[in-house]
Design a protein around this ligand. Structure first.
Ligand code: CO
Length: 463
């Protein structure tokens, strides 16, 4: 009997996709032990936007959150999402920082690190994968799934072979936009299974409504693990529901080791949580609907709404159709990058600029310039030489790996600058990832502790 395993995403991707990662630790603490006993392959609990949002909006130390989850979940593999050389931020860091971050993540409780790069440039994955393996954790190498004339099955197979060479224990097909169709999933999983002897993990979103069918065909082609979210936090821009897939796959004769009673408890726990966020307006009903527009335009749903709001703020909503047509043209000029953070922002913003200026690449942002200099890595296809020359205006592109050109003493310098404010390596890393946000968090932490000390001393004195 073929076994299909599940990764529960409610605490990371579902939380991020539906309620902008606003779930505080206290809101899910009481259910952690049940999740731990449900029989998941892993639970995705950390990384992605959780780190930034913990510090920025929830006044939580992300490292402490991870340690607390670890303590409550001793039996399940804890998983995080890492943006390769970007760690959890939006720019490139030096290798030394990437290695320190990986080591700290594992030290604080992570078992599996899923590592991806927006351009699928394996040079941006190499160091993180190497350090993960060295730290004794499992590296899952992800391909950022997209479609374009240069994204052929052969290209993906080639990439996955390179990932295997680097030491990954599994391969993840990461379809952040929900555009992977059932047939393409079948073909891709079959091709990867033929090429490498590694477990294949499927990751998609329900955005376009394809997800359940896509998982089914992927499993038929031999996929080993699927990413799902417990029903109250499933659907729409999130993952398909855990219970639904467990039910259907079991009925079809697959071995599913999930405990139905535990799933039922987890779902019941999250129902009122969902209702609360719906009432507060954090959960927008629009993110729960099916949006098939992205299939026609091959543009992720999030990017469509970004385009709309950009044009709205510029009072240029009448240019929407033009911007929609311009987006794939800019993407082609830029060598067909997958449309995922941060490349989706680069392409979308430039398309709007081109349409508004009435001349292509007349106004170009600093980020797109950096992209053309090679700071984001190797593009899937070469950037259009004429466009590149116009954007760079005589500046020279970088040879080789951008991370190799970065200073290697950032950690030491930052630690020295922070002094006593940083209490451990984790604090320094939080600061390196999000400087102003971490600084504000450190100040608030100090204030909170001083207050606590006052309160806890008073009763003793009155004793
Ligand atoms: Co996702």
């Amino acid at each position: 009997m073929k076994k299909v395993q599940f990764t529960e995403t409610v605490l990371r991707d579902a939380n991020q996709s539906l309620i902008a990662t606003r779930l505080p630790y206290d809101k899910f603490e009481p259910i952690l032990e049940t999740i731990d006993q449900a029989g998941y392959y892993s639970a995705e609990v950390w990384g992605g936007a959780t780190f930034d949002v913990c510090l920025r909006f929830l006044n939580e130390d992300p490292w402490e959150r991870l340690r607390k989850i670890r303590a409550k979940m001793p039996n399940t593999k804890l998983q995080m999402l890492l943006r390769g050389q970007n760690i959890l931020g939006y720019k490139h860091y030096s290798d030394d920082i990437v290695r320190r971050f990986v080591r700290a993540s594992v030290r604080n409780g992570i078992d599996i690190i899923r590592i991806f790069d927006a351009l699928n440039d394996v040079n941006n994955l190499k160091v993180a994968i190497e350090e993960t393996v060295k730290s004794g954790a499992m590296a899952s190498g992800a391909i950022s799934y997209t479609t374009s004339p240069v994204h052929t099955l052969d290209k993906y197979v080639q990439m996955v072979k390179e990932l295997k060479e680097m030491g990954v224990s599994s391969v993840c097909i990461k379809d952040m936009a929900g555009i992977l169709s059932p047939q393409n999933a079948y073909d891709l999983v079959s091709a990867l299974k033929d090429a490498v002897d590694l477990p294949i993990v499927m990751h998609t979103h329900c955005t376009t409504g394809l997800a359940f069918m896509t998982y089914l065909k992927a499993v038929e082609a031999g996929a080993d693990v699927i990413d799902t979210a417990i029903s109250p936090f499933s659907g729409g821009t999130s993952q398909p529901a855990t219970e639904t897939l467990a039910f259907a796959l079991k009925e079809m004769g697959y071995q599913v080791d999930l405990d139905e009673d535990k799933l039922f408890k987890i779902a019941n726990y999250f129902k009122p949580v969902r209702a609360e966020f719906l009432e507060k307006g954090t959960l927008n009903p629009i993110s729960l609907t099916t949006d098939t527009q992205c299939l026609t335009y091959q543009i992720p749903g999030g990017m469509l709404s970004n385009l709309l709001s950009q044009l709205k703020s510029l009072n240029a909503l009448d240019k929407f159709d033009e911007a929609l047509l311009e987006t794939p043209r800019v993407r082609k000029d830029m060598g067909y990058p997958p449309l995922v953070t941060p490349t989706s922002q680069l392409i979308g913003t430039q398309a709007v600029q081109n349409v508004l200026a009435g001349e292509r690449y007349k106004n170009v942002g600093a980020e797109l310039k950096a992209y053309c200099r090679g700071e984001y890595g190797r593009t899937p296809a070469p950037i259009d030489p004429e466009v590149r020359a116009k954007i760079l205006a005589g500046e020279k592109p970088i040879e080789g790996r951008y991370a190799d050109t970065l200073p290697t003493d950032i950690y030491e310098k930052t630690a020295e600058k922070l002094g006593d404010t940083a209490r451990c390596e984790e604090d320094v890393l939080s600061y390196i990832a999000f400087p102003p946000v971490a600084e504000k968090f450190f100040e608030e932490r100090k204030a909170r502790e001083e207050k606590k000390v006052r309160y806890s001393i008073t009763p003793v004195e009155e004793g």
